[in-house]
Design a protein around this ligand. Sequence first.
Ligand code: PLP
Length: 381
Amino acid sequence: MHWRTKLAQPQTLAPAGFKSLAVPTYRGSTVLFEKQADVIDHWKQEDGYSCGLYGTPTALELAGRIRALEGAAHTFLVPGGQAAIALVYLAVCKTGSHALVPHSVYGPNKEMSAGVLKRFGIEVESYDPLMGAAIAKLIRPNTALIWTESPGSVTMEIQDVPAICAAAHARNVPVALDNTYAAGVLFDAFKHGVDISIQALTKYVGGHSDLLLGAVSVREAKFRDLVGDTYKELGMGVSPDDCSLALRGLQTLGVRLRQLESSALTVAKWLAARAEIKAVFHPALPSCPGHDVWKRDFTGSASVFSILFDDRFAAKDVGAFVDALQLFKIGMSWGGVTSLALVYPNLDRPKDYGGRLVRLNVGLEEPEDLIGDLERALRAT
Ligand SMILES: *Cc1c(COP(=O)(O)O)cnc(C)c1O
């Protein structure tokens, strides 16, 4: 054979039987079959491999570990948390559908309502995240989906997810949860009645601010087929390299969450005692809306919370506070090792905080150093 032919038709020379603690990174778009009769084209894992798009062994190993951790019937990996949100909408809703979304939901979820969903004739209505069982009165004959997110993005409302699920299921409406805050582990979505649980693996599972990945986990086969077929049609494949990083992240998720919980609470309690701060919205503090529900339903708290400055501060003072921070960097996409701070000026909530709400992500720095940084910035404000 010509050497060019040899390059294109490689022989596998490495011995089989290698064992290590690391999951190998399998790259592959084409999956090979032994014979024509074996050829399949389906996302279903139990049918074996058919196309790299539906998962290489690296991706399916990660999906399997998330599925086991969350107690799901099936987990799909998607390119990011927002892709997970989009997949749920497109799998469950159709033209003429009505969906309910808490007004505390992740911003780009709302943007999708006003964009693609509106264009496709799907109506999304916003609801009070703290209304619990009263959501029953908002359910219409064409309600196809109720979103929950607990705590809510930035404003941190803890939702009564079991009460919402009970009201939804009485009318045969599925409930989806954005479980990113809980990393899929601090809140047991399926035990509390959720049908479809998503998380941005970008945050705590990745854990190092260097990858984008999402997961959609489903309670039962009915939702697996609904989500799976749409997933295949949309071509939401993921990179095995990102999956490899997420598999590494999973190994240290336990210790990172334990430390982040402790550090964030230390910082939050220090801030709660400051005269400049009117309220601290941290799920484990009574000042957080829905704190009692958090105590009932969650097994821990994570690294993000928000602080509301006293009314005497103007939005520009709060901006100056964020600018004066040195250890806290200014940026989105939390859950990594570095502390972050950010003002959300256009929150799009019924209650406007006038640019006085700052969302903090506490990282793995020593809490004493973070408190020193906050104290310096408060003095300069
Ligand atoms: C970050 C985030 C997402 C989106 O995740 P990406 O991977 O950045 O697309 C979705 N939901 C919540 C609550 C988030 O914080």
